[in-house]
Design a protein around this ligand. Structure first.
Ligand SMILES: [Fe+2]
Ligand SMILES: [Fe+2]
Length: 294
């Protein structure tokens, strides 16, 4: 029997999942104390690094800011994953449970279940609030979770996964970063590599299958998802942790050339892929330009 490339990829990913899956409950020493003087994100990835506001902060406050920034990113991670799990379970429901492709969707949900528990535990251990997206973004998330299929579904997934991947890959290798954050990042990076592979291939297939009108609409939704991910990775409320007004902190971060370069760098790979599939353009381009990712 000749397997389709869809089935071949799923079979490979299922094998990899069996060999390299981690239970954060067992792999992480949750009782280990945090290490004094270590950063929670690499220092140069703080949204305020290099700004005038950064200069006004003590070293301790700067570390506190990165603590809330990583908690904010993890909060967004849980939010994304909860949306993703809903999308995947709905796809699975329509599929043949004997097909490897369907079984992989279910396996990816199992990964995301463990990730969201891991992120939740980390936020708790950091003693930070859960920084949830609010207002329009919250409504957008509910709408995507309830309705997204096809190119817009897989593109939105890929944007979130690839940006997080770039940041976590770097953090996991950085010795100035807290061991807890490095370990959480490492587990996530290893398992997400499979998700990225699955989403990339599925996105390309769905784009080939979609009509012109469908793609025009999806380009716009994808642009809005990029805008959200690029601009709201860190919730402005996190600036309160070091006595900075959220609106002032957000303004400084958006104007910060260092932060803009971080987002461009983190988005580089997924932007290149979406460009190759002709998914960046049309009326959504203005949102892309403001997303900090181009
Ligand atoms: Fe995940
Ligand atoms: Fe994922």
């Amino acid at each position: 029997m000749v397997l389709s490339d869809r089935a071949q990829t799923a079979t490979r990913l299922l094998r990899s999942s069996a060999e390299h899956s981690y239970d954060p409950e067992v792999e992480i020493d949750w009782d280990a104390p945090l290490v004094e003087g270590r950063w929670f994100t690499p220092q140069h990835r703080s949204t305020l690094y290099g700004t005038d506001l950064w200069d006004t902060l003590s070293e301790e406050q700067r570390i506190t800011l990165t603590r809330h920034e990583v908690a904010s990113i993890a909060s967004l991670g849980v939010w994304f994953e909860t949306i993703l799990m809903q999308l995947l379970i709905r796809e699975y429901y329509r599929q043949d449970p004997t097909a490897a492709h369907a079984q992989y969707a279910l396996t990816e949900i199992a990964d995301e279940c463990r990730h969201s528990v891991m992120f939740g535990r980390m936020i708790d251990k950091l003693g930070c609030p859960v920084y949830r997206p609010g207002g329009f973004d919250d409504a957008l998330g509910k709408w995507i979770a309830a309705t997204a299929t096809g190119p817009r579904m897989y593109a939105a997934i890929l944007i979130a996964e690839e940006i997080l991947d770039a940041l976590q890959r770097e953090a996991s290798a950085d010795e100035t970063v807290q061991p807890l954050v490095r370990m959480v990042s490492r587990i996530h990076v290893i398992e997400e590599a499979r998700h990225v592979r699955y989403a990339r291939e599925e996105l390309a297939r769905q784009v080939r299958a979609a009509g012109t009108r469908r793609l025009a609409f999806d380009r716009l939704v994808i642009a809005r998802a990029a805008y959200l991910t690029g601009r709201r990775l860190v919730n402005p409320a996190a600036y309160r942790s070091v006595g900075i007004d959220p609106a002032a902190g957000r303004r400084a971060a958006l104007a910060n050339p260092n932060h803009r370069e971080t987002m461009r760098w983190a988005g580089e790979r997924v932007v290149g892929y979406l460009r190759d599939l002709d998914l960046i353009g049309g009326p959504g381009l203005a949102l892309w330009r403001r997303s900090l990712l181009l």
